[in-house]
Design a binder for this molecule. Sequence first.
Ligand code: GLC
Length: 407
Amino acid sequence: MTDLKKQILDLMVLNRRLDEGHQYTVPSPESYPYQWFWDSCFHAIILSYFDTTDAKKELLSLTDKQFENGKIPHMIYWKKASETDFPVIEWGKEDTSTITQPPMLAYAVWQIYKKDLEKDGADEAKKFVSKIYPSLAKLYQYFLKERDPRGNNIVSIINPDESGEDNSPRFDIGLGLPPKQTIEINFKKRLELIAKNKECKFDAPNCMKNFFWVKDVPMNSILVENLKIMSDLAEILGKLEDADLYITQAKKITGGMRKLMLEDNIFWSVYLDPKKDTYEKIKVNTWAIFAPLFAGILTKKEADFVIKNYLTSDREYNGKFLVSTVSRSDPSFNPEGFWRGPVWFSVNWFIVKGLKKYGYNDLAKKITEGSLALIEKSGFREYYNPLTGEGLGAKNFTWGGLVVDMV
Ligand code: GLC
């Protein structure tokens, strides 16, 4: 095992927890002492390089707390909220939160399947897919049914935290905040929104209508890629009708995104303007413009456009440390702001996967090498200053482990 792989495995083991018979990984021992939904999907991808048994346990801890309607909560409190220093948030529930996160679950299952297939053959590999498939099906049906009440074929989030990018400037309009702001005011606004979400019982159609109605580009791109994978998983299990259904849904969402989000080669997140009752584009320049690459949603021409004019432009995203989450040209850019400029590993991972899909292998390699350089310089941190490479936020943070799946 290389040194780096060994460091990653040590970190995953350091952050591993076993509570109530459930094995999972905390993103950071001090700062994030619980289980998070999309983090656990990233963890499963990382763990699949070492031992798929651990990767499976991580995912089963998630599905154990799946709601009756199919939603998987974004946080699971295997320990009581009051037992740690993490802020206590009123979710209306004790053991989990009541909002969700980007549904990377099918992707993680697919990754495990591929590793098992190499090692143990098709029959063995199928077993886990078959076991977790009912939970997967419920999860994606939840997104398709509950998150698109008006049938626009794109799903909505009811709270910025559901995007996984809690403080991203894409949500400033929805929260009524200016591009320059403090982390405290942003947190206060999001807590106010959670109180309102509680009023509407976290029931998505009601919450959207009254409080926060955003259709986000990364969330929908991630959903499209995962629906395509659902189709492959269904096929592996011989469920051919399901396989058709999921591929059709992936196409519908791609179509919905083209209709409401696309302008001059760029996909923008949208919000519902309650006064006009129309969807308006949120033209805040963040990495979200690259997210559709991950799901192969962009045409070659559109991909070339965003890569040439944005990803590799010195005025926008190209710099010493790659890739900033917000363009340096955007008024909201803050090199130390939470999701408002710094480099995050999940974003680099999504972009690298997308670039490889379009044959931009040299650029993907450059971003991967840049990611490795960040770990070497500043260790496993939550995020990094894109101008200096300084490590920021939580320590012993797991997401750097995604580099095993980027090289
Ligand atoms: C922060 C991130 C979110 C992540 C969580 C745990 O809230 O914004 O994406 O899931 O930390 O790592």
